[in-house]
Design a protein around this ligand. Structure first.
Ligand SMILES: Cc1cc2nc3c(=O)[nH]c(=O)nc-3n(C[C@H](O)[C@H](O)[C@H](O)COP(=O)(O)OP(=O)(O)OC[C@H]3O[C@@H](n4cnc5c(N)ncnc54)[C@H](O)[C@@H]3O)c2cc1C
Length: 240
């Protein structure tokens, strides 16, 4: 594999999830030349790769949704509206949180449009593979992509990898879990197509199925209340 040098950037962001997109756009708005690196073929992070199909935390809890986070998050929800999602706050019946429902494919497209509008240099199918550093600072990162390896220098680097991958490569101290090695329990999202959008999920039946499985399953499901469910919010591109 050949190793090439590219033009320098002011800011290089590792990871194209919610944090990486926000960091990249924030830096571009401040006038920086920005490179955004994502190992998968699309942006969104957990919201697209892991089917976490709701943005939580943009609104305060309460009877009415009161916006708590604006900025890039509001630009993302506005962009979603131009692609057929309503981008409004819905109250989750299980948690009481106000959430914005997503469709993964629409979100990928909306994020592509948004970062392109800010002139951000997005590198998909590309991972930050190693770093070059002095004692005090990162000097460059090596990107491994479909075309081989590329070395990118920048004035500032953002670790938005979701799991401190850049910090690990740079040899910066980090901790896994809560200090006792405990990690947050996994969520198991599933997406079902071909059913009526207005069909009501029978929570009692779901709870009974989970109880039956937990009676004999090797890996009991910790959340026994039937979880959260939502109809596909997309009004134009999906039939779910
Ligand atoms: C079990 C669970 C349930 C959750 N449920 C919800 C929910 O319902 N609603 C909600 O809003 N939030 C939820 N969250 C929280 C939400 O998932 C996170 O807050 C959010 O994903 C954090 O965004 P991020 O951009 O920091 O990381 P991520 O979304 O993880 O994005 C990181 C990105 O970096 C990329 N990457 C990693 N390493 C490299 C590398 N070396 N080179 C290039 N790219 C790299 C990854 O591919 C990924 O795209 C949940 C989290 C968990 C763990």
């Amino acid at each position: 594999m050949t190793k090439r040098f590219e033009a320098d950037y002011d800011v290089a962001v590792c990871g194209g999830g919610a944090a990486g997109v926000a960091a990249a756009i924030g830096a571009a708005k401040a006038g920086a030349k920005v490179c955004l690196v994502e190992k998968y073929g699309f942006l969104g992070g957990a919201a697209t790769t892991s089917q976490v199909y709701a943005y939580c935390g943009l609104f305060q809890q309460g009877v009415e949704p009161k916006r708590a986070v604006a900025g890039v998050a509001a630009e993302v929800t506005d962009e979603l509206k131009t692609h057929g999602l309503d981008g409004e706050a819905y109250r989750s019946e299980t948690t009481g949180n106000w959430i914005v429902l997503l469709d993964g494919e629409v979100l990928k497209f909306a994020l592509d449009n948004l970062v392109r509008s800010y002139g951000i240099d997005v590198k998909l199918h590309t991972r930050v593979a190693s770093v070059a550093r002095t004692a005090d600072r990162l000097e460059a990162i090596t990107l491994a992509g479909m075309g081989g390896r590329t070395r990118v220098a920048a004035e500032a680097f953002v670790d938005a990898s979701g799991d401190a991958n850049l910090a690990m490569l740079a040899g910066v101290p980090f901790q896994i879990g809560d200090g006792e090695g405990k990690l947050q329990a996994l969520t198991m999202p599933i997406r079902i197509g071909g059913i009526d959008r207005d069909l009501r999920i029978d929570r009692a039946a779901l709870q009974a199925a989970i109880a039956r499985y937990n009676g004999k399953g090797a890996y009991p499901i910790q959340r026994t209340d039937g979880g959260s469910s939502s109809g596909c919010p997309c009004r134009t591109t999906c039939g779910g």
